[in-house]
Design a binder for this molecule. Structure first.
Ligand SMILES: Cc1cc2nc3c(=O)[nH]c(=O)nc-3n(C[C@H](O)[C@H](O)[C@H](O)COP(=O)(O)OP(=O)(O)OC[C@H]3O[C@@H](n4cnc5c(N)ncnc54)[C@H](O)[C@@H]3O)c2cc1C
Length: 284
């Protein structure tokens, strides 16, 4: 230790860094978050990108997973200014013929718009959304021993498939296939890769179970609420503070890097096992 320092330093103030910092601060640890940018939030930033007064979410904008997250829910972020806005329908997928296929909160109402594929949609997403609360701990938390292994295994049977295989096996029409493909494309995996179905199932399940809300005032307001929650617990965030190396940080018992694998190598390469470095550098 170089000086009295903190129990923990977190580098990066994205939602994961702030969540880690809040967890530590609420456990009574002294914690500070260093953020390179002038505002906190990482992917939760909102900026005037076009005209003055018009605020745009720069990255994340629809928050089914935040709304369903057991961690975020237990923070009572509404007490720190968070307000969700729920559109009448969570999402719609435009088709080439000028129509759109709509995912409604109700599984039955969504199925009604899918013609002969309605029954399959209702079978899959009816069962999943009924278990959404139960699955949240296992699907939206860190990897650990599952709390509901049977429900998770049932999810895994479909989730391990490539999205294209699932869509072509289960649905026969373009509307249901397109709706599912649009959901699964959020995985950023090619739709013929194994496990690409999983994110489609998760986003569809939570669209029905909790909606796809956005944040009143923009995603930045979610970051602001997280920072207010952190400060109420005794932690702090320092913006405009790029960290060049973990060795340049003030003394701390723990350092958490809320960064991409390549950034981790840049900041802490010498501390990593030599064999780990090339693997992390290859990450895209
Ligand atoms: C185009 C796009 C759209 C998305 N849309 C959605 C959506 O609608 N809904 C949703 O839930 N998710 C969405 N996501 C995903 C979401 O943005 C990420 O899951 C989330 O931002 C990850 O949070 P994080 O805390 O891990 O990292 P980040 O949010 O990336 O935060 C990392 C932080 O570290 C800081 N940093 C980097 N290097 C340093 C350094 N050397 N020193 C100090 N600070 C540093 C960065 O400035 C940044 O603030 C989207 C992602 C993308 C790319």
């Amino acid at each position: 230790m170089r000086d009295a320092g903190h129990d923990a330093v977190v580098v990066g103030s994205g939602p994961n860094g702030l969540a880690a910092a809040i967890t530590l601060a609420r456990a009574g640890r002294s914690v500070v978050v260093y953020e390179a940018a002038t505002t906190w939030g990482g992917g939760l930033r909102t900026e005037e990108l076009t005209l003055p007064g018009f605020r745009h979410d720069v990255c994340a904008t629809a928050f089914p997973l935040a709304a369903a997250s057991p961690f975020f829910r237990q923070l009572s972020l509404e007490d720190y200014g968070l307000s969700w806005v729920h559109p009448d329908a969570p999402l719609a997928h435009p088709l080439d013929d000028g129509t759109a296929v709509v995912l409604e909160r109700s599984v039955a109402a969504t199925a009604a718009g899918l013609g002969s594929d309605g029954a399959a949609w209702e079978r899959i997403f009816g069962a999943l959304s009924a278990r959404a609360e139960m699955l949240a701990h296992d699907l939206l938390g860190p990897l650990r021993v599952p709390r509901h292994p049977v429900a998770l295994a049932r999810f895994g049977v479909l989730g391990l498939l490539p999205a294209r295989t699932l869509a072509r096996t289960v649905f026969s029409g373009e509307r249901a296939r397109a709706l599912f493909a649009g959901l699964a494309a959020h995985s950023m995996l090619a739709l013929d890769q194994p496990v690409s179905a999983a994110i489609g199932l998760v986003l569809g399940m939570y669209a029905h179970a909790v909606g796809w809300p956005f944040v009143r005032g923009g995603a930045q307001a979610l970051a602001d609420a997280l920072v207010a929650c952190l400060r109420a617990a005794g932690g702090d965030v320092v913006t405009n503070h790029p960290v060049e190396s973990v060795d340049a940080l003030p003394a701390a018992r723990q350092v958490l890097l809320d960064l991409t694998p390549r950034q981790v190598v840049a900041l802490a390469g010498e501390r990593l096992r030599p064999r780990a470095r090339p693997r992390l550098r290859r990450d895209r």
